[in-house]
Design a protein. Structure first.
Length: 252
C-alpha cells in the first residue's frame, strides 16, 4: 500500500461525515501506522479543518473548495491530489459537503473506500438507500472491486440497534454495513488530549471509539475487508473490530 484513500460521503447533511472523518484521522494517528495521514476538506464551511487546527497532531491538512456553481476547478485539484504517487505510505481522508455535485462524486469513485454515515430515521434510511444504489451503479460501470461502499449507522440511540430495513433494502447492492455508532459525536468539540481522555471514559464510549478506530485501520487500511467481501470465514479468535461488520451482498 502506497496510498489508501477513504471518502466520507452522503447526499444529506448532518449525518456525521465531518465528525467521523476527524475521529478517523485522530484515531489513525494513534495506531502503529508510520506513514503520512492527510485530511482533505472539500466543504466550504471547513468544519474538519477548523476543528483539527486546534489540535496538535501529525495530520496534514488541506482544503480544496467545491461549490455547486463551478465544481470543475475543485474536481481538477482533488483529482490531481488523489492521483499523485507517494513514495512513503499515506492514508488520505476526504470530508465532503452535503448534496455533493455529481462531478465530486465521480472523482471520489477512485477512492479505495467510501464511508456513508446514516442516521436510522426512516427518512434518512430511504435517502441513503437511493444514494448507495447510485454509487453502486457507478461502481459497476467502472468494472472494478473498488471503492468499497460502507454504511456507518451513526447517531443511533443505544437501544435502537436494528438495521433490518437497511439490510433488506440493500440485498442486491454491493455494500457493507460497518460498526454501529451512538456516542462518538460527543468528542467533536473537545478533541484536545483525546487519547488521554479515552482511558478515563465510560466503557461504552471507549469501546465505540476504539472499535471504530480499529475498523478504519485494521479492516480497511490493512485490507481485511477484501477477505470479508470475498467470503472468507473469520475465526472466533479474530479481534473485535470485525464483529459488527456485515457484508450484505457479493456482486463480484
Amino acid at each position: 500500500m502506497n496510498s489508501y484513500k477513504i471518502a466520507f460521503l452522503n447526499s444529506k447533511g448532518g449525518v456525521g461525515k465531518s465528525t467521523l472523518c476527524i475521529l478517523s484521522a485522530l484515531g489513525l494517528s494513534q495506531t502503529r501506522f508510520d506513514g503520512k495521514i492527510k485530511l482533505i476538506d472539500t466543504d466550504s464551511q471547513k468544519s474538519s479543518l477548523s476543528i483539527l487546527n486546534q489540535v496538535s497532531s501529525k495530520i496534514e491538512l488541506d482544503f480544496i473548495p467545491f461549490n455547486h456553481a463551478s465544481p470543475n476547478l475543485g474536481v481538477s485539484l482533488l483529482d490531481q491530489k488523489l492521483k499523485t504517487y507517494s513514495v512513503k505510505e499515506e492514508i488520505i481522508l476526504i470530508d465532503t459537503m452535503a448534496h455533493p455535485p455529481r462531478q465530486l462524486v465521480n472523482c471520489i469513485m477512485q477512492c479505495d473506500s467510501i464511508l456513508i454515515p446514516c442516521n436510522l430515521s426512516e427518512i434518512e434510511i430511504l435517502a441513503t438507500i437511493e444514494f448507495v444504489k447510485m454509487l453502486d451503479s457507478l461502481k459497476k460501470l467502472q468494472g472494478s472491486g473498488s471503492p468499497h461502499l460502507i454504511i456507518i449507522p451513526n447517531k443511533v440511540p443505544p437501544k435502537q440497534v436494528h438495521i433490518n430495513q437497511l439490510v433488506d433494502a440493500l440485498s442486491e447492492v454491493d455494500v457493507v454495513i460497518g460498526p454501529t455508532i451512538s456516542d462518538l459525536a460527543v468528542f467533536k468539540n473537545d478533541l484536545k488530549g483525546l487519547s488521554k481522555k479515552i482511558s478515563n471514559l465510560p466503557q461504552n464510549y471507549k469501546s465505540q471509539y476504539i472499535g471504530f478506530r480499529d475498523f478504519i485501520y485494521k479492516v480497511l487500511v490493512k485490507r481485511k475487508i477484501d477477505k470479508l467481501i470475498a467470503g472468507e470465514n473469520e475465526t472466533h479468535n479474530e479481534s473485535a473490530e470485525t464483529e459488527n461488520v456485515i457484508p450484505i451482498s457479493k456482486n463480484n
